[in-house]
Design a protein around this ligand. Structure first.
Ligand SMILES: [Zn+2]
Length: 240
C-alpha cells in the first residue's frame, strides 16, 4: 500500500469510528445534547429506570423507592403504558416522573424515517398523557438503546423534548445483579445519572442494595429533573 493510500485508509477508518461512537454513545453529544450528569460537587445522584412499566416488577421497585423516600424517573414504553395504565398512574401518584422511551421500542427505531420516528414518539406521548398527564409534563425523552443520530436529533427538537442520558450504566440487563451493583458503586460520583431497568426479576433487590450503599456513603438521591434544575417550557410544550 502506498503512503497516500495508507493515510486515506486511516482517515476513513477514523471517521467511521467517530460516526459509530457518536451514534452509539448518548454521552457523546455529537447529534443530540443529552443531560448525562449534573455539574455539582455535592454527593447527590439521580436514578432512572428504562422500559417501564412491568406489571410484576414495577410495583416492587416502587415499594423499595417508597421505603427509602426516593423519587426517580421512569422512561416508559408507550405500548406497555397502554397495557398497564394503572401502574403508570401509580408511578406518578408516588411522586416519580415518567418520560418518553418511544411507543414501539423497536430495534429499528434508530433507522426509522423522521416521520415514522416522530409518530412513534407522539404515540408514546399520547399514551402517557392519557394515563397521567401531570407526570408527563416535563417532556423528557430517552432514546431506545441510547442511540442518537441526526434523525433522533431532528425529531426531539421538533417535539420539544429534553433528552436525559446517563453517565453510569448498570448493564443490569446483561450482567448478574452482583456485578451490576459493583459496577454502579464503583462508578458513581457527584451529579451522576444512573441507568437501571425496572422490569428484571432482581430489579427491586438490586435497587435496595444500591440505596443502602448510597445512604451508607453519604449520597442522597434526587429526581433527575430536580438535580438538573430543569423547568417546564410552555413554549416548546406543544401537546400539553
Ligand atoms: Zn429501553
Amino acid at each position: 500500500m502506498t503512503i497516500p493510500a495508507l493515510i486515506l485508509t486511516v482517515a476513513v477508518v477514523a471517521l467511521i469510528a467517530v460516526a459509530v461512537y457518536a451514534s452509539a454513545a448518548i454521552g457523546s453529544g455529537v447529534y443530540v445534547k443529552a443531560a448525562c450528569r449534573a455539574a455539582t460537587d455535592e454527593k447527590v445522584i439521580a436514578l432512572t429506570f428504562d422500559d417501564a412499566p412491568d406489571p410484576i416488577q414495577t410495583p416492587r421497585v416502587l415499594e423499595v423507592l417508597r421505603q427509602h423516600h426516593v423519587q426517580a424517573v421512569f422512561f416508559c414504553i408507550g405500548n406497555r403504558a397502554e397495557a398497564h395504565p394503572d401502574i403508570v398512574r401509580q408511578i406518578v401518584a408516588e411522586g416519580h416522573l415518567i418520560g418518553n422511551h418511544s411507543y414501539s421500542h423497536s430495534n429499528r427505531f434508530p433507522l426509522f424515517s423522521r416521520h415514522k420516528m416522530q409518530l412513534d414518539m407522539e404515540r408514546c406521548n399520547d399514551a402517557l398523557a392519557q394515563c397521567a398527564p401531570a407526570g408527563n409534563a416535563m417532556k423528557l425523552f430517552r432514546p431506545p438503546f441510547g442511540v442518537t443520530n441526526p434523525t433522533v436529533a431532528s425529531a426531539v427538537k421538533s417535539l420539544g423534548y429534553t433528552v436525559i442520558g446517563w453517565n453510569v450504566r448498570s448493564f443490569d440487563t446483561v450482567r448478574n445483579p452482583d456485578a451490576a451493583f459493583k459496577r454502579v458503586c464503583n462508578r458513581i460520583s457527584p451529579g451522576s445519572i444512573v441507568l437501571l431497568h425496572d422490569r428484571l426479576p432482581d430489579s427491586h433487590t438490586l435497587l435496595g442494595r444500591l440505596l443502602e450503599y448510597l445512604h451508607d456513603n453519604g449520597y442522597r438521591v434526587e429526581r433527575a429533573d430536580r438535580m438538573l434544575k430543569l423547568t417546564t417550557n410552555p413554549q416548546t410544550d406543544k401537546r400539553q
